[in-house]
Design a protein around this ligand. Sequence first.
Ligand code: GRF
Length: 195
Amino acid sequence: RRVAILISGGGSNMAALLESMTGDHPARPVLVLSNDPAAGGLALARAAGVPTAAVDHRPFGRDRAAFEADLSAHLDRAAPDILCLAGFMRVLTAGFVGRHAGRMLNIHPSLLPKYPGLNTHARALEAGDTQAGCTVHEVIADLDAGPVLGQARVPVLPDDTPDRLAARVLPWEHRLYPAVLRRFAAGDRTPVLLP
Ligand code: GRF
Protein backbone atom coordinates (compact mmCIF):
# COMPACT_ATOMS: atom_id res chain seq x y z
CA ARG A 1 0.00 0.00 0.00
CA ARG A 2 1.16 3.52 -0.88
CA VAL A 3 1.05 6.05 1.99
CA ALA A 4 1.07 9.85 1.77
CA ILE A 5 1.64 11.78 5.01
CA LEU A 6 0.39 15.37 5.46
CA ILE A 7 2.16 17.60 7.98
CA SER A 8 2.29 21.20 9.12
CA GLY A 9 5.22 21.29 11.51
CA GLY A 10 7.97 19.25 13.16
CA GLY A 11 6.59 15.96 11.93
CA SER A 12 7.45 13.77 14.92
CA ASN A 13 4.43 11.58 14.14
CA MET A 14 5.47 11.47 10.48
CA ALA A 15 8.96 10.38 11.55
CA ALA A 16 7.52 7.57 13.66
CA LEU A 17 5.39 6.42 10.72
CA LEU A 18 8.36 6.51 8.32
CA GLU A 19 10.52 4.52 10.74
CA SER A 20 7.78 1.89 11.05
CA MET A 21 7.35 1.24 7.31
CA THR A 22 10.27 -1.17 6.83
CA GLY A 23 10.75 -4.91 6.32
CA ASP A 24 7.53 -6.87 5.88
CA HIS A 25 5.31 -3.84 6.53
CA PRO A 26 2.40 -3.81 4.03
CA ALA A 27 2.86 -0.08 3.34
CA ARG A 28 5.53 2.22 1.91
CA PRO A 29 5.70 6.06 2.08
CA VAL A 30 5.33 7.69 -1.35
CA LEU A 31 4.96 11.39 -0.38
CA VAL A 32 5.24 13.81 2.54
CA LEU A 33 3.14 16.92 1.82
CA SER A 34 2.98 20.09 3.91
CA ASN A 35 0.95 23.31 3.92
CA ASP A 36 4.07 25.07 5.19
CA PRO A 37 7.19 25.06 2.98
CA ALA A 38 9.27 25.65 6.15
CA ALA A 39 7.85 22.66 8.05
CA GLY A 40 10.70 20.89 9.84
CA GLY A 41 9.23 17.52 8.93
CA LEU A 42 10.02 18.11 5.24
CA ALA A 43 13.75 17.99 5.98
CA LEU A 44 13.28 14.76 7.98
CA ALA A 45 11.39 13.21 5.06
CA ARG A 46 14.03 14.25 2.53
CA ALA A 47 16.75 12.81 4.79
CA ALA A 48 14.78 9.55 4.78
CA GLY A 49 14.66 9.61 0.96
CA VAL A 50 10.90 10.18 0.79
CA PRO A 51 9.56 12.52 -1.93
CA THR A 52 8.22 15.79 -0.50
CA ALA A 53 6.08 18.69 -1.64
CA ALA A 54 4.68 21.83 -0.05
CA VAL A 55 1.69 24.01 -0.89
CA ASP A 56 1.74 27.21 1.16
CA HIS A 57 -1.88 27.76 2.18
CA ARG A 58 -1.43 31.47 2.92
CA PRO A 59 -1.62 32.89 -0.65
CA PHE A 60 -5.00 31.14 -1.05
CA GLY A 61 -6.61 33.12 1.80
CA ARG A 62 -10.07 31.72 2.47
CA ASP A 63 -10.23 29.82 -0.85
CA ARG A 64 -9.88 26.34 0.65
CA ALA A 65 -10.97 24.63 -2.57
CA ALA A 66 -8.14 26.26 -4.56
CA PHE A 67 -5.58 25.31 -1.90
CA GLU A 68 -6.89 21.74 -1.89
CA ALA A 69 -6.76 21.58 -5.70
CA ASP A 70 -2.99 22.17 -5.46
CA LEU A 71 -2.68 19.55 -2.71
CA SER A 72 -4.62 17.13 -4.90
CA ALA A 73 -2.32 17.73 -7.87
CA HIS A 74 0.62 16.49 -5.77
CA LEU A 75 -1.41 13.63 -4.33
CA ASP A 76 -2.68 12.51 -7.75
CA ARG A 77 0.93 12.21 -8.96
CA ALA A 78 1.91 10.12 -5.91
CA ALA A 79 -1.28 8.00 -6.17
CA PRO A 80 -1.46 7.01 -2.48
CA ASP A 81 -3.83 4.31 -1.21
CA ILE A 82 -3.79 5.78 2.30
CA LEU A 83 -3.45 9.37 3.57
CA CYS A 84 -2.13 9.97 7.09
CA LEU A 85 -2.69 13.42 8.61
CA ALA A 86 0.12 13.86 11.16
CA GLY A 87 0.16 17.20 12.91
CA PHE A 88 -1.66 18.64 9.87
CA MET A 89 -3.30 21.82 11.09
CA ARG A 90 -5.60 22.82 8.22
CA VAL A 91 -9.31 21.96 8.19
CA LEU A 92 -10.15 20.03 5.01
CA THR A 93 -13.41 20.58 3.12
CA ALA A 94 -16.08 17.91 2.86
CA GLY A 95 -15.22 17.67 -0.84
CA PHE A 96 -11.59 16.79 -0.21
CA VAL A 97 -12.49 14.39 2.61
CA GLY A 98 -15.13 12.76 0.40
CA ARG A 99 -12.56 12.08 -2.35
CA HIS A 100 -10.48 10.12 0.19
CA ALA A 101 -13.31 8.59 2.22
CA GLY A 102 -12.28 5.44 4.04
CA ARG A 103 -8.60 5.99 3.20
CA MET A 104 -7.63 8.98 5.37
CA LEU A 105 -6.43 8.77 9.00
CA ASN A 106 -5.65 11.43 11.60
CA ILE A 107 -4.07 11.49 15.01
CA HIS A 108 -5.63 13.75 17.62
CA PRO A 109 -4.19 14.42 21.09
CA SER A 110 -7.26 13.54 23.19
CA LEU A 111 -9.40 10.53 24.03
CA LEU A 112 -12.09 11.26 21.40
CA PRO A 113 -14.97 11.89 21.45
CA LYS A 114 -13.74 14.11 24.27
CA TYR A 115 -12.11 17.40 23.25
CA PRO A 116 -12.28 17.60 19.46
CA GLY A 117 -10.49 20.73 18.19
CA LEU A 118 -7.63 22.58 19.83
CA ASN A 119 -6.07 22.97 23.31
CA THR A 120 -7.04 19.41 24.21
CA HIS A 121 -4.66 18.92 27.14
CA ALA A 122 -5.61 22.22 28.81
CA ARG A 123 -9.29 21.24 28.48
CA ALA A 124 -8.70 17.81 30.02
CA LEU A 125 -6.87 19.41 32.95
CA GLU A 126 -9.57 22.06 33.29
CA ALA A 127 -12.18 19.28 33.49
CA GLY A 128 -10.21 17.47 36.21
CA ASP A 129 -9.84 14.30 34.09
CA THR A 130 -7.69 11.58 35.66
CA GLN A 131 -6.81 10.12 32.25
CA ALA A 132 -5.81 11.67 28.91
CA GLY A 133 -4.27 10.39 25.70
CA CYS A 134 -4.50 10.30 21.93
CA THR A 135 -6.72 8.84 19.24
CA VAL A 136 -6.21 7.72 15.65
CA HIS A 137 -9.44 7.91 13.68
CA GLU A 138 -10.74 7.76 10.14
CA VAL A 139 -11.26 11.28 8.80
CA ILE A 140 -14.83 12.27 7.92
CA ALA A 141 -16.20 15.72 7.11
CA ASP A 142 -16.97 16.52 10.77
CA LEU A 143 -13.76 17.60 12.54
CA ASP A 144 -12.10 14.91 14.72
CA ALA A 145 -15.23 12.75 14.56
CA GLY A 146 -14.66 9.62 12.44
CA PRO A 147 -14.55 5.95 13.55
CA VAL A 148 -11.84 5.32 16.17
CA LEU A 149 -9.01 3.05 14.96
CA GLY A 150 -6.86 3.30 18.08
CA GLN A 151 -6.38 4.99 21.42
CA ALA A 152 -3.57 5.29 23.96
CA ARG A 153 -4.29 6.33 27.56
CA VAL A 154 -1.97 8.05 30.03
CA PRO A 155 -2.59 9.11 33.64
CA VAL A 156 -3.07 12.77 34.49
CA LEU A 157 -0.77 13.54 37.42
CA PRO A 158 -1.28 16.10 40.18
CA ASP A 159 -0.11 19.62 39.24
CA ASP A 160 0.16 18.57 35.58
CA THR A 161 0.46 21.42 33.12
CA PRO A 162 -0.65 21.21 29.45
CA ASP A 163 3.01 20.99 28.40
CA ARG A 164 3.80 18.19 30.85
CA LEU A 165 0.71 16.27 29.81
CA ALA A 166 1.53 16.80 26.11
CA ALA A 167 5.03 15.47 26.73
CA ARG A 168 3.56 12.35 28.37
CA VAL A 169 1.09 11.78 25.50
CA LEU A 170 3.41 12.41 22.53
CA PRO A 171 5.54 9.25 22.86
CA TRP A 172 2.32 7.24 22.92
CA GLU A 173 1.24 8.97 19.68
CA HIS A 174 4.48 7.69 18.18
CA ARG A 175 3.63 4.13 19.25
CA LEU A 176 -0.10 4.26 18.44
CA TYR A 177 -0.06 5.71 14.93
CA PRO A 178 2.40 3.13 13.47
CA ALA A 179 0.47 0.29 15.13
CA VAL A 180 -2.80 1.52 13.65
CA LEU A 181 -1.28 2.09 10.18
CA ARG A 182 0.15 -1.43 10.10
CA ARG A 183 -3.27 -2.92 10.85
CA PHE A 184 -5.15 -0.54 8.59
CA ALA A 185 -2.77 -1.22 5.67
CA ALA A 186 -3.46 -4.94 6.14
CA GLY A 187 -7.19 -4.26 5.90
CA ASP A 188 -7.83 -4.74 9.62
CA ARG A 189 -9.92 -2.05 11.32
CA THR A 190 -9.85 -3.66 14.80
CA PRO A 191 -9.06 -0.75 17.17
CA VAL A 192 -5.57 -0.67 18.74
CA LEU A 193 -5.83 0.04 22.48
CA LEU A 194 -2.66 0.97 24.39
CA PRO A 195 -1.00 0.44 26.81
C1 GRF B 1 0.88 16.37 18.13
O1 GRF B 1 0.43 16.61 19.45
C2 GRF B 1 -0.25 15.75 17.34
O2 GRF B 1 -1.13 14.99 18.16
C3 GRF B 1 -0.98 16.94 16.82
O3 GRF B 1 0.07 17.83 16.43
C4 GRF B 1 1.13 17.70 17.41
C5 GRF B 1 2.47 17.77 16.73
O4 GRF B 1 2.57 16.67 15.87
N1 GRF B 1 -1.84 16.58 15.73
P1 GRF B 1 3.96 16.39 15.03
O5 GRF B 1 5.09 16.40 16.02
O6 GRF B 1 4.10 17.51 14.02
O7 GRF B 1 3.75 15.04 14.42
